[in-house]
Design a protein around this ligand. Structure first.
Ligand code: NIG
Ligand code: FE
Length: 425
């Protein structure tokens, strides 16, 4: 899939220009071009600049031309943390939490992740793919052009592989690009209760097959009190890294355990959640360039305090934002909700929030060289808003402002009608 398209006369083209994570103050630099144009050829960005410069002497033959007058053009969003392939739902647990039970209490008595594991083990590959496709369509409608997806609802060899294979299949048939992560160490399954170290051994034994089958780019772990310790996480990470996998970590979410420090120590690409991250952990992440991936809708859904985003940016961290779409702690793929909560409750500026969802999201997937900004040579992934400025995203609170999505130079979503759902290429 790749096309030729010119988007011209945009009220603003917000380039988010850059080829690596933006840290601290750099997160405010968006690179806004007024009356801008973007040319994408064979799916790759060929030129970006003021419309009259870019289009002068350019032969538009063979290009789809989109007039974006009064509209803002942005890089496609990168949702760098989701668990979108799963079976079953947990609406009952959500109600129990509204009644006062905690997420960890429900998990400790056999609900939570284990509940979804039971359902996912029973769900066929075709059914998981069908559900995944629907969720990808929804994410695309919010302007997401690249998404990370995790396994972790199998917790046995066959089901973990099944989830990863479903993602590989979906990547081939859906316009949204999928970056797969192996999260075998998501929870201790019932059959290993009290034997977390033995389970880590099993997860380590799954690694070579996953690497050989090219089923994952990242290895992730839920490093949390009563789940996996820092020592167990480190043990898994060292093996995964030696086999060539990149690292991500669910760190310091409920309890300050030292996951962010571990992320810096092992050279993780990102550390995620971080509600309880320590000052030292934040300093370590800023110093080593670990992307701090924050998931405001999860904190919102769990009624927890938000991560200290402002402090992290002021300390020089690169912050990314993501949805965390999953059936338990955060059943939402809403980019507008992420954006609004980040601005209203975590005190990010709209500029920082946009950076966090584009170039820094790409950096959280080690893809900042090839996507996440409107720069020559990058993938032709664009979002066109129905309003003239990115500032409408948090302002039109909780509402989708995306009008058109371009993936590799092809229009794959428009608000009022045609969309290129589940194309078979
Ligand atoms: O990122 N924190 C752990 N993992 C997921 C939740 C998974 C679930 O509840 O099913 C998260 O929030
Ligand atoms: Fe998660």
């Amino acid at each position: 899939m790749s096309g030729n398209i010119i988007v011209k006369n945009a009220a603003q083209v917000v380039t988010c220009s850059g080829f690596k994570a933006k840290q601290g103050k750099e997160m405010s630099d968006l690179g806004v071009i007024e009356n801008g144009a973007v040319i994408i050829e064979d799916g790759i960005i060929k030129a970006v600049g003021p419309s009259h410069d870019v289009l002068a002497h350019f032969d538009t033959n063979g290009f789809t031309v989109v007039d974006a007058a009064n509209k803002a053009v942005l890089p496609g969003f990168v949702d760098s943390h989701t668990h979108f392939v799963f079976g079953g739902y947990r609406a009952d647990e959500f109600s129990w939490r509204l009644g006062g039970e905690s997420y960890m209490d429900i998990m400790n008595r056999g609900g939570g992740i284990a509940n979804t594991v039971r359902a996912t083990r029973k769900t066929s590959k075709d059914e998981l793919a069908r559900l995944g496709l629907k969720r990808l369509d929804s994410m695309l409608s919010f302007g997401v052009t690249t998404v990370e997806g995790k396994s972790g609802y199998g917790l046995d060899h066959d089901t973990e592989i099944k989830q990863l294979e479903v993602m590989k299949r979906l990547d081939g048939v859906h316009p949204v690009d999928i970056v797969p992560t192996f999260l075998g160490a998501h929870a201790v399954p019932p059959e290993f209760r009290g034997k977390a170290d033995d389970f880590i051994d099993l997860v380590i034994r799954m690694l070579p097959g996953i690497v050989e089958g090219q089923l994952a780019e990242f290895c992730d772990v839920f490093c949390e009190k009563n789940v996996f310790s820092v020592a167990q996480s480190r043990r898994l990470f060292l093996k995964a890294k030696a086999l060539g996998l990149k690292l991500k970590i669910h760190a310091d979410e409920m309890v300050q355990l030292g996951g962010s420090e571990l992320a810096a120590e092992v050279g993780a690409v990102s550390a995620d959640h971080l509600l309880q991250a320590s000052d030292q952990g934040i300093k370590d992440m800023a110093g080593t360039g670990v992307v701090a991936t924050l998931l405001p809708v999860t904190a919102f859904s769990l009624k927890e305090d938000y991560a200290r985003a402002r402090y992290m940016i002021d300390q020089g961290c690169a912050v990314a934002l993501a949805t965390d779409l999953n059936p338990g702690s955060c059943f939402s793929e809403s980019i507008p909700l992420v954006f609004a909560l980040a601005c209203l409750y975590m005190n990010l500026t709209p500029e920082e929030a946009l950076t966090a969802l584009t170039i820094n999201g790409a950096a959280a997937l080690d893809r900042a060289q090839t996507l996440g900004s409107i720069d020559k040579g990058k993938l032709g992934d664009l979002v066109i808003l129905e309003f003239p400025s990115y500032r409408f995203i948090p302002y039109h609170v909780g509402v989708n402002t995306v009008e058109t999505v371009v993936k590799k130079g092809e229009i794959v979503f428009t608000k009022n009608g045609s969309k290129a759902r589940s194309q078979h290429h």
